[in-house]
Design a protein around this ligand. Structure first.
Ligand code: FAD
Length: 272
């Protein structure tokens, strides 16, 4: 594998946590392969989680009706975004792969990581009306979620109490990562590390280390390409694409399911 640049966006308060161990393993294994690895340790950085007018240096355009996306878009064009956002955007620009390492909070990322997403993925820098999804700005980069849960895997299955993890992952993987164009690699899920024996945790970490050896060569998850949708008709699926799939057993993806059964593991495995 050619030397690549990796950014780990990491959100855990404790260096003794399982998340810290997963982050350390990624740093070590990727660096041993010759990758340049940067870590944004969000709690250590006391990363600001709220999207506010303070994210812009100097005057905002319309203080009476402040609109975050439009104001930060302008500030990005004029080089007026505040330093912590600009620094993260530089790291992101340089990276070939971004790994988000976090404990699942309320079925999603912790607030501090959501703040990173809200503030760093600025309109213009990370997405625009023309450049999104499969034609998105970061289409030459890869991104993946690596996270721990409190729940066991059975609870996040299609007949488990929390519902199907594929559904839970759709907003994060489609609505954020793929929206910005990233090729989304299959998530790395460490199920319930607090509730399993120590040796099972060790085995999970070993599995992660093995995966990391080839992670940059992995095939991404499937998302429906942008050109399957008709811009003139409110970005609905083109009739010919719809017709082609109408007789199939499964929908295209978890979200674009056409009223059919969800394609199993569409958000968990490449090639489905
Ligand atoms: C606000 C909030 C919301 C939550 N929402 C959800 C939710 O929606 N769904 C859900 O499933 N869960 C939820 N949880 C639970 C949360 O996801 C888990 O507590 C978390 O993922 C556990 O990961 P950790 O890194 O914090 O584990 P830790 O408790 O830090 O670690 C687990 C165990 O691993 C051990 N360990 C550390 N390093 C190593 C190592 N190198 N090798 C082997 N073992 C090691 C630790 O000593 C510990 O015994 C929520 C928790 C909070 C606080």
């Amino acid at each position: 594998m050619a030397a690549k640049r990796v950014l780990i966006v990491y959100a855990h308060q404790s260096s003794g946590s399982f998340n810290a161990a997963a982050k350390d393993a990624a740093e070590e294994v990727l660096a041993a392969q010759g990758c340049t690895v940067q870590v944004s340790d969000l709690y250590a950085m006391k990363f600001k989680a709220t999207a506010t007018a303070e994210d812009i240096t100097g005057e905002v355009k319309n203080a009476d009706h402040f609109r975050y996306a439009q104001e930060t878009n302008l500030a990005w064009e004029e080089g007026k975004l505040c330093a912590d956002i600009t620094e993260e955007q530089c790291k992101l620009t340089e990276a070939d792969l971004i790994i988000f390492q976090f404990p699942m909070y309320w079925f999603t990322v912790p607030a501090i990581m959501k703040g990173w997403i809200d503030r760093v993925l600025t309109l213009g820098f990370a997405y625009s009306q023309e450049k999104r999804y499969s034609q998105g700005i970061f289409k030459d980069k890869k991104a993946m979620l690596s996270f721990t849960t409190g729940s066991h895997e059975s609870m996040f299955s299609s007949n488990g109490i929390n519902g199907d993890m594929n559904v839970t992952l759709w907003p994060l993987q489609n609505g954020i990562l793929h929206y910005c164009g990233f090729q989304v690699l299959a998530p790395q899920i460490f199920w319930a590390p607090s509730h399993i024996p120590s040796e099972v945790r060790g085995t999970m970490l070993e599995g992660w280390r093995t995966r990391l050896q080839g992670v940059l060569g992995e095939k991404p998850l499937y998302f429906t390409p942008l050109d399957c949708f008709d811009r003139e008709k409110g970005y609905q699926l083109k009739p010919e694409v719809h017709e082609k799939h109408a007789t199939k057993e499964f929908g295209l993806t978890v979200g674009i399911h056409l009223g059919l059964a969800l394609p199993p593991n569409n958000q968990m495995k490449a090639g489905v």
